[in-house]
Design a protein around this ligand. Structure first.
Ligand code: IPE
Ligand code: IPE
Ligand code: MG
Length: 221
């Protein structure tokens, strides 16, 4: 959860959008680092379904930044064999950006390196609602369908992606803000007060080190 861009900018007397620009540099650094470390799946919260409630100028900026960044970064990501997926209610996004998203997903669809999920116009509850709609449609075709956890997991946006081992939130707030509600049932949570634009390689290593010292019990002793 890449949080704290606005506060980062405010501390420097800059407009909030300046924080988003530098935040993008952090994302680039973290993607590169995860790629090199051999991390298989990285999922980032880029824009929530609630973020539409922000001032129009900020929303417009974030949308435009996403469009520009796809064009600017895609070749390098592709060269590094990163597979990019944009997950969320992508249908509701402006057509020009949607087209860039589709292009990036198609171009990198066969890559076998880091799987990068960019959660965009994403909400965890919305994801569950959308899964239920798919399941209801399936159950009309097949009355004998067995409703179990696997069926729900397989109808989320995050299909064929394992549940995350580690959730990192920057910016110091101890909440999940509607991110991956179903998928994080047994995820280890790490909150750092560091703001996202400051979160770079060393910060990631700290989070991973912290994670490596946890004991995951899954309800057992
Ligand atoms: C995270 O930073 C980026 C998005 C939510 C798009 P914020 O913009 O939420 O920054 P703060 O939390 O206000 O500092
Ligand atoms: C979560 O951050 C959403 C993203 C990082 C995209 P927010 O800044 O929107 O979350 P709240 O408002 O602090 O819960
Ligand atoms: Mg925030």
């Amino acid at each position: 959860i890449m949080d704290g861009n606005g506060r980062w900018a405010k501390k420097r007397n800059l407009p909030r959008v300046a924080g988003h620009r530098v935040g993008l540099e952090s994302l680039r650094a973290i993607v590169k680092e995860c790629s090199q470390l051999g991390v298989k799946f990285l999922t980032v919260y880029a824009f929530s379904t609630e973020n539409w409630e922000r001032p129009k100028e900020e929303v417009d900026f974030l949308m435009q930044l996403m469009g520009e960044s796809i064009l600017r970064e895609i070749e390098e990501l592709h060269k590094n064999s990163v597979r990019i997926r944009f997950l969320g209610r992508i249908d509701e996004i402006n057509p020009a950006i949607k087209e860039k998203i589709a292009g990036a997903m198609e171009k990198t669809g066969g890559n076998t390196g880091l799987n990068l999920q960019i959660m965009f116009n994403y909400g965890g509850r919305g994801e569950i609602v959308d899964a239920l709609k798919k399941i209801v449609a399936l159950s009309k075709k097949d009355e004998n369908i067995i409703i179990d956890e696997n069926l729900i997991s397989n109808n989320l946006y995050m299909t064929n992606i394992p549940d995350p081992d580690l959730l990192v939130r920057t910016g110091g707030d101890f909440r999940v803000s509607n991110f991956l509600l179903w998928e994080i049932a047994y995820t280890e949570v790490y909150v750092t007060g560091e703001l996202w634009p400051d979160f770079r390689k060393e910060s990631l290593m700290k989070a991973i080190l912290d994670y490596s010292q946890r004991s995951r019990r899954y309800g057992r002793i």
